[in-house]
Design a protein around this ligand. Structure first.
Ligand SMILES: Nc1ncnc2c1ncn2[C@@H]1O[C@H](COP(=O)(O)OP(=O)(O)OP(=O)(O)O)[C@@H](O)[C@H]1O
Length: 352
């Protein structure tokens, strides 16, 4: 649905050129919700604005629904942009127009009749849950309600793509959840392709199918949210994920020295990640029954990414080394991800 090839964007800044995008390649399939996450200044806004050509790339191609936007003249571009709705962090509503008039605005600009506008706006009000607010002005609405108006306005021209530029960053966590639910609902009902720009991993986890991590104008990592979440490769990705999934050791071992080989009185700490069906595998029971070792569960949690369950656990294994080695081999043979952290002693004391 969207294909970005080698996108570059250089701004002429006051103290010289700023290369905001340095060769971005990205493919987004029809009906996907695709998240783009990055720190401030990484190039997210520039990238999303290149998709509808609000920013013209310095180099590269933008193809949306089979049309090369980079090869179009202004009037062709105006027509093509009807396929691409956009919502913004600060809603960008007309303060002197009612909710109804805000949603009707793009239709009015497009020359629609009053009747056609009415026929279009009423279902949109219904879809975003604002029927009773249609005669109010933006100043009389909460942030979440304003964003609902923004969404309805973006959908007025029946777009195939919805671009969301930090659409929930100005909202509290509860309102964020409701707006994300609405976006997910619209994605399913209307088979809309959605691109979400955010600096919050929670947003990605809530609604996205795929994610690209952008850093200094390049894509550092991309893949399905499940892959990237459970097996991040790049430091920047690990940093984003650490906000949601703590990689810290359990408190009894925090700050303790980690040894690569066993020391007297040590446990081997192992982090286990279970994804999908493997969450049902009775691995711990197998460990305890199969080997002459002590197993303690030091940390555990279970979560979902979209509908896929995944669990994380840190266990401590102690016993004779050959048994520990066999237990590790057993763990590696199971359908789960294992990470050997190392040997630690409780509170850093090596036993006599
Ligand atoms: N109009 C402009 N003129 C000059 N430089 C710009 C312009 N717009 C953006 N930049 C620069 O391009 C880089 C990328 O900016 P961009 O706004 O795309 O990042 P971002 O990831 O969206 O950041 P934020 O989350 O803070 O909005 C930054 O270094 C920024 O200073």
């Amino acid at each position: 649905m969207i294909k970005l090839s080698h996108i570059e964007k250089t701004y002429e800044g006051s103290s010289g050129p700023v290369m905001a995008l340095k060769g971005i390649d990205l493919e987004i399939k029809r009906g996907e919700i695709y998240g783009i996450i990055g720190l401030s200044g990484a190039g997210k806004s520039t990238l999303i604005r290149c998709i509808n050509m609000l920013e013209k790339p310095t180099a590269g191609k933008v193809i949306v629904d089979g049309q090369d936007l980079t090869a179009m003249n202004d009037s062709q571009l105006r027509a093509a942009r009807k396929n691409i709705g956009m919502i913004f962090q600060h809603f960008n509503l007309l303060s002197s127009a009612t909710v109804y008039e805000n949603i009707a605005f793009p239709l009015k600009l497009g020359g629609c009749s009053k009747e056609a506008i009415e026929k279009k706006v009423q279902p949109l009000l219904q879809l975003v849950g604002l029927n009773d607010k249609q005669h109010q002005y933006p100043a009389q609405l909460s942030g979440g309600q304003k964003q609902r108006v923004g969404i309805a306005r973006a959908l007025a021209s029946d777009p195939k793509v919805l671009l969301c530029d930090e659409a929930t960053s100005a909202l509290d966590p509860q309102t964020t959840k409701a707006i994300l639910e609405l976006i997910k609902d619209i994605n399913q009902k209307l088979q809309l392709t959605v691109v979400v720009i955010t600096h919050e991993m929670q947003v990605i986890k809530e609604i996205c199918d795929k994610v690209a991590v952008i850093e200094h104008g390049v894509i550092a990592e991309k893949g399905t949210v499940l892959e990237v979440f459970t097996n991040p490769q790049q430091p920047i990705t690990k940093e984003f994920i650490s906000v949601l999934i703590s990689n810290e050791l359990p408190s009894a071992f925090r700050g303790a020295e980690i040894y690569p080989t066993a020391v007297p009185g040590s446990h081997l700490l192992v982090r286990l990640t279970f994804i999908g069906d493997s969450a049902d595998d009775p691995v711990i029971a197998g460990l305890i029954r199969g080997f002459d070792i002590e197993v303690s569960i030091l940390f555990g949690n279970l979560d979902h990414i979209k509908l896929t369950p995944y669990g994380r656990m840190i266990i401590g294994i102690s016993g004779e080394q050959p048994e520990i080695d066999k237990a590790l081999e057993y763990l590696k043979s199971r359908d789960l991800r294992i990470e050997v952290i190392g040997y630690v002693t409780r509170h850093g004391h090596i036993a006599d």
